[in-house]
Design a protein around this ligand. Structure first.
Ligand code: GDP
Length: 481
């Protein structure tokens, strides 16, 4: 096994691992955020290396962030622009404010998307801390906070921002009040799944030219909109350079940005060491049921069994008990990590592997960290546990996820794992096949635009380029492959 106690020791040979292939900057105080440099000890090294171009882009972003971040002179100067409707001359720094919105999985994916947008447009990302962002995540950039200061003048408006807000870009387009000769001081971008055709014009190059001049952008989104950025001329070439392996966008950006705080990291490491570290193989099963009513559901249980059996992720059991004495040594120990709001699925698996021996002789341990019952978006420890569980799933060797779930997308992306996706059940029946292997580890963009900006007509955006395709788990979604 590995020696976790030595986690803070450094030497040259493991430095590249520790810094995730150069993704992480050096020089952070280790103790204030143990996960940052320790996560590499809990995972196999990623087979995906970040491009040198991405690394240099991140380092220059860090410099920009430090120069323009909260409290700096350029920041103060930019704030004064907010008092005006239109600005006369360009300030030194431009900003994009990510508004805390929706479930934790959605937030992680949308924040990564907005960060990539900031990288592409030379903006500084500032994070609305919402109820719990500060309790969940460490600061990702050296020497300068990413948190939006509490006294930011527009914060009190965040909750009320929607499609009909007067500074909403889509709303302005719809009402023909966009004046291309003037530059607005700030603009609200409504990129929430319920957005309309005018809001979706965000994904057009021409509109980006206008939006690009505005010093303050405020974005509300619950989506991973990266695949559609790739369809914007002007961004595509830069994206190709940043991510020559296209399916690694969230894998790299997620590992770069999201470091659990020490409290959450404690949840991760204590659980890992108690239940997972000794196993020869670790299987993650993420069960997210969108049906109404209290589970567990038989059709979901059937689906899990059918998938794990068919894909040979878990062994079958021998129900003829008398035959069970054959000893195979050494016996392989598989740990199954189940995450679900409901405890029924893991209890069922656990009983099965207790009551009957496996046909292969493997020993199966089944573990579920929490069973919270229902989604409780605003409770602190609830989301701490959710984050810890996404992280633990990302440390497994093979992963089974649930269709449509951003919780699963985060785990697969952080882990660099192509999951088996449990397809969405219809009418409370298990689909056949129960699951299928994902094409890539990228998250799915659930609400993409289907518009050809040049031709000004509808178009199937999943058929334009080979690397942006429709998702396995949602036919109208888009993902990078
Ligand atoms: P999605 O709804 O599956 O796309 O994922 P989100 O993370 O956006 O929202 C679901 C929320 O429900 C999570 O943030 C958690 O608060 C909670 N939740 C769902 N599944 C689990 C689970 O397996 N474990 C825990 N601890 N919480 C969960």
């Amino acid at each position: 096994g590995r020696d976790y106690s030595n986690a803070t020791a450094t030497n040259d040979s493991n430095d590249s691992d520790r810094l995730l292939g150069g993704l992480l900057a050096t020089g952070f105080d280790e103790a204030t955020c143990l996960s940052r440099y320790q996560s590499s000890l809990y995972r196999k090294p990623s087979p995906y290396k970040p491009s040198p171009y991405l690394l240099s882009k991140l380092r220059s972003y860090e410099t920009l962030h430090k120069r323009c971040g909260p409290g700096t002179e350029p920041y103060k100067k930019a704030l004064t622009q907010l008092d005006q409707d239109h600005i006369d001359n360009n300030g030194e720094c431009k900003y994009v404010v990510w508004v805390s919105f929706s479930g934790l999985g959605n937030r992680i994916l949308s924040l990564a998307s907005v960060f990539l947008y900031a990288l592409l447009t030379d903006r500084v990302l500032l994070v609305d801390r919402g109820k719990d962002m500060e309790d969940l995540f460490c600061e990702p950039f050296p020497d300068m906070s990413w948190l939006l200061p509490l006294d930011f003048p527009l914060t009190s408006q965040f909750d009320g921002l929607n499609q009909d807000s007067s500074r909403c870009y889509g709303h302005m387009l719809k009402n023909h009040v966009v004046d291309n000769d003037k530059t607005l001081s700030h603009l609200y971008l409504h990129l929430v799944h319920d957005y309309g055709d005018h809001d979706k014009m965000f994904f057009c190059q021409g509109d980006q030219t206008f939006i690009g001049k505005v010093p303050w952008l405020v974005v509300k989104t619950d989506n991973y909109f990266v695949p559609s950025l790739w369809l914007i001329p002007g961004f595509d070439e830069e994206l190709d350079k940043l991510f020559p392996q296209k399916e690694t966008v969230f894998h790299h950006l997620g590992r770069y940005l999201f470091h659990p705080t020490n409290q959450v990291w404690g949840l991760v490491t204590r659980y890992y060491e108690a239940y997972l570290s000794q196993a020869d193989e670790k299987i993650g099963i993420q069960v997210r049921v969108f049906d109404v009513g209290a589970g567990p559901f038989q059709h979901v249980m059937d689906q899990i069994s059918s998938c794990t059996r068919k894909e040979k992720l878990l062994p079958e059991v021998d129900t003829v008990i008398e035959r069970s004495h054959r000893l195979k040594t050494p016996r392989k120990h598989k740990a199954v990590l189940v995450t679900s709001l409901n405890s029924g699925y893991s209890e069922n698996l656990k009983s099965m592997y207790w009551e009957y021996p496996t046909l292969t002789g493997e020993i199966i341990g089944v573990h579920q960290p929490s069973q919270e019952g229902y989604q409780q978006t605003e409770k602190k420890m609830h989301n701490g546990k959710a984050l810890a569980e996404m992280y633990l799933l990302s440390m497994t060797d093979s992963l089974v996820t649930s269709a449509w779930s951003t919780f699963g997308y985060v785990a697969q992306g952080l882990g660099g794992l192509k999951p088996w996706i449990l397809y969405k059940p219809e009418n409370r029946t298990a689909p056949d096949p129960a699951c299928g292997r994902a094409m890539s580890m990228e998250p799915c963009f659930h609400a993409p635009p289907f518009y050809d900006c040049k031709a000004k007509t509808g178009v199937d955006t999943g058929k334009l380029v080979p690397h942006v395709r429709h998702c396995e788990d949602m036919s109208w979604g888009l993902k990078l492959v």
